[in-house]
Design a protein around this ligand. Structure first.
Ligand SMILES: [Zn+2]
Length: 239
C-alpha cells in the first residue's frame, strides 16, 4: 500500500488507506478490543464518511474492510456491515464541519479515568493536548447506537478534541487522520500517567493557564504529519 499523507485525503483511495492505516496504528498502541473500535475519515467530497466495517480486529483492517456512508442519508448508520456505533461518527461529522477524522476505541486507562469523578488531570505533556480538560458523556453506559445518543456524544464533544464516554471508551475528532490518531494515543497516555502518578503519590498538575500557553508549541501542525509518517513506517516493521 502506498502511504498517503495524514492530511485531508485527495482521493477516495487515500481516505480508505488512511482508515486502514489508522486502525492498524491504534491497535499497535494497545487500543484493540476484540473486533471493536473504529476509525473513520471524511472523504474528499466532504459528504461521505469512510469507516471500518464490523467483523475485523483493528490490526487486521485493510482497504476492503472500509465502507463509505453518505452523511446526508439519515439511515446511513444502518448500512449493512456497519458497526452498531457508526452513528457516533456520523453525528460527530454533522455537528463538526471542521472534523476530518473520528476515532472511537475502548482504551483501558481512559475508560478508568472516565469512570472517576475527577476526570483527566493535567499531569504531563500529553495532558497539554487537552488544556481545558476532556468532557464526559454520561447519557448512557451502554453502546451508542441511536441517532439521539450519537447527537448526545457530539454535544458532549462540543468544539473539543475528545470526549470520555463514561464506563465505555473514548471518541476523538481531528482535522485529519494524523490529528485523530495523535489525540487517541495521547489521551490514553495521559490517562495512564495519571494512574501511575496517583499510585505514587499526590499528583501535582500543570496550572491550566500555563498548559494553554504550552499546548500550542508542543502540538504544532507539522508535527502531526511527522508522527503519522513515523507510525506508518512502524507498521512496515524493521528494515
Ligand atoms: Zn464502543
Amino acid at each position: 500500500m502506498t502511504v498517503p499523507s495524514g492530511r485531508p485525503p485527495a482521493s477516495v483511495a487515500d481516505a480508505v488507506a488512511q482508515v486502514a492505516l489508522a486502525c492498524q496504528i491504534i491497535a499497535r498502541f494497545g487500543q484493540e478490543d476484540l473486533t471493536l473500535g473504529h476509525a473513520s475519515v471524511r472523504g474528499p467530497d466532504g459528504r461521505t464518511v469512510y469507516i471500518k466495517r464490523k467483523g475485523k480486529a483493528l490490526r487486521d483492517v485493510r482497504a476492503e474492510d472500509v465502507i463509505g456512508i453518505a452523511l446526508d442519508d439519515p439511515d446511513g448508520y444502518l448500512t449493512p456491515g456497519a458497526h452498531l456505533e457508526t452513528v457516533m461518527h456520523l453525528e460527530a461529522y454533522r455537528a463538526r464541519p471542521d472534523a476530518g477524522a473520528v476515532i472511537h476505541t475502548h482504551p483501558v486507562y481512559s475508560i478508568a479515568v472516565g469512570a472517576t469523578a475527577g476526570g483527566l488531570e493535567l499531569l504531563s505533556h500529553d495532558g497539554l493536548l487537552f488544556p481545558d480538560g476532556v468532557p464526559v458523556f454520561d447519557g448512557t453506559a451502554g453502546l451508542v447506537t441511536t441517532p439521539e445518543d450519537g447527537r448526545g456524544v457530539a454535544r458532549a464533544l462540543g468544539t473539543g478534541r475528545a470526549v470520555l464516554l463514561r464506563n465505555h471508551g473514548i471518541l476523538v475528532a481531528g482535522e485529519d487522520i494524523s490529528w485523530a490518531v495523535l489525540t487517541a494515543l495521547t489521551l490514553e497516555r495521559a490517562a495512564r500517567i495519571q494512574f501511575i502518578a496517583r499510585v505514587l503519590g499526590d499528583p501535582v498538575p500543570i496550572p491550566r493557564e500555563v498548559a494553554r500557553d504550552l499546548s500550542a508549541s508542543k502540538y504544532q501542525e507539522e508535527f502531526a504529519e511527522e508522527y503519522w509518517q513515523d507510525w506508518c513506517r512502524m507498521l512496515e516493521g524493521p528494515r
